[in-house]
Design a protein around this ligand. Structure first.
Ligand code: FES
Length: 102
């Protein structure tokens, strides 16, 4: 089943199946289309932290995330790694700035 993912800052949307994480869905959707001004893509495995987003609305399944990139407090506010999120309905998502190395 496919869900619509909407980005709060640009209003852009893409489709993502419930067996794809959000980065997979975004990249599949973009094939043959203009690039979205969207989520930064890195390792796609939860290791680099560049794909941080905040889910504003909607249900999702979350795979294990490193506390190095998302604290428990941030997770409680809906902050997650897009490459660890599988949508369970349409989502409204805020793209967060990529953290600069300290
Ligand atoms: S792309 Fe590296 S953590 Fe998501």
């Amino acid at each position: 089943m496919s869900h619509t993912i909407k980005l709060t800052d640009t209003g852009e949307t893409f489709c993502c199946r419930d067996d794809q994480h959000l980065l997979q869905g975004m990249q599949t959707f973009q094939i043959g289309k203009p690039m979205l001004d969207a989520i930064t893509v890195g390792c796609r495995g939860g290791g680099c932290g560049v794909c941080r987003i905040r889910v504003v609305e909607g249900e999702y399944e979350l795979k294990k995330m490193s506390r190095k990139h998302v604290s428990a407090e941030e997770q409680a506010e809906g902050i997650v790694l897009a490459c660890r999120v599988f949508p369970r309905c349409d989502l409204l998502v805020e793209v967060l700035p990529v953290a600069k190395p300290a």
